[in-house]
Design a protein around this ligand. Structure first.
Ligand code: FAD
Length: 281
């Protein structure tokens, strides 16, 4: 039987109270949102916080709404809510459909997913493709960082002790297309590789394009080299294939039980072509 070590538990009634608690305990405290990643890690003793600050019922962080030209997603919105909400860019619906199963999607939160910073996490790639920003709050401060700078490595983020991710902000551009292509061993499983694309065209020429990649060791879940190649070029299958090769070259997949590195690199090239084709169509 796997059981977590002893841990104190608090369920503050407000965000301000949660930030106060977290500031007081520093590195010894962890936020608990849906618990789908943190509780298993505590059972395996990979995480041993002294205090769990349960933010899971803070309704002030549970919303999805349009604010001027941005979509604002509270950190405690769940996967299921993002999947169902009206007005959400299609890349998120497409990514959410292939994340885990209905139980995980009902409990797991958007903030928890990004803060877990699992190197195979799907939403990190989708938010990177959409060039979203992360709003971070501490007891006495707030700051905004591009999602592309949020993860600093596997299971590591820019969050300092005492800080919470409170919101994701997604720019809503004019007419864009998107695609999210994932290969997994079975339905609801983690990716072998996945690629998300958000693109805008003018007269068949690619204007802005974001390419997010997960599970294959891409720095910050994106491949700016392929984006730079595509910007200003015609949306042709030849250019998509070249971008796919560039994306594959700029990943660093690890061989594991899901497959060898060269297969994963092949997937990046192919999925980039498919996601670009879908987005530009
Ligand atoms: P928690 O477990 O509560 O927290 C995770 C981490 O984030 C903890 O360190 C916690 O302290 C921290 N944290 C949480 N919220 C905040 C916040 N607002 N500010 C600061 N720190 C915070 N993911 C995929 O991308 N693709 C998949 O296919 C997939 N399949 C899954 C299958 C299963 C069976 C399971 C259990 C999980 C799967 N996941 C998958 C991961 C799942 O999406 C995450 O476990 C879940 O969404 C994490 O959210 P949570 O609210 O449960 O986070």
């Amino acid at each position: 039987m796997q059981v977590p070590a002893h841990v104190d538990y608090e369920r503050p009634p407000t965000l301000a109270a949660a930030l106060e608690l977290l500031a007081g305990y520093g590195e010894q405290a962890r936020a608990l949102a849906g618990g789908h990643s943190l509780i298993p890690m505590m059972k395996l003793r990979l995480a041993q916080p002294e205090l769990l600050v349960d933010i899971g019922r803070l309704t002030e962080l549970r919303y999805i709404r349009t604010e001027r030209d941005e979509l604002a997603i509270g950190a405690l919105a769940t996967h299921a809510e993002l999947l169902a909400a009206p007005g959400v860019p299609a890349i998120f619906r497409d990514a959410e459909r292939v994340i885990a199963d209905p139980v995980v999607r009902s409990w797991g939160t958007i903030g928890g997913s990004l803060c877990q910073a699992d190197p195979s996490e799907d939403l990190s790639a989708a938010f990177a493709a959409a060039r979203a920003s992360a709003v971070i709050r501490g007891r006495d401060h707030a700051r905004v960082v591009p999602v592309r700078e949020f993860c600093t490595g596997p299971y590591q983020t820019v969050l300092e002790p005492g800080e919470l991710l409170t919101e994701l902000r997604v720019p809503l551009r004019g007419v864009t297309g998107s695609g999210y292509e994932k290969v997994a061993r079975r339905v609801g499983d983690w990716s072998l590789a996945a690629v998300g694309v958000v693109a805008g065209l003018a007269d068949g020429v690619i204007g802005h394009v974001g390419i997010g990649v997960t599970a294959v060791g891409a720095r910050q879940f994106c491949v700016p080299e392929a984006e730079t190649f595509l910007a200003g070029r015609p949306a042709t299958i030849e250019n998509f294939a070249a971008a796919g090769r560039i994306a594959a070259d700029h990943c660093d997949p690890a061989p594991d039980q899901r497959g060898p590195a060269d297969y994963k690199r092949h997937l990046v090239a192919e999925l980039t072509v498919r996601a670009l084709t879908r987005a530009c169509a």
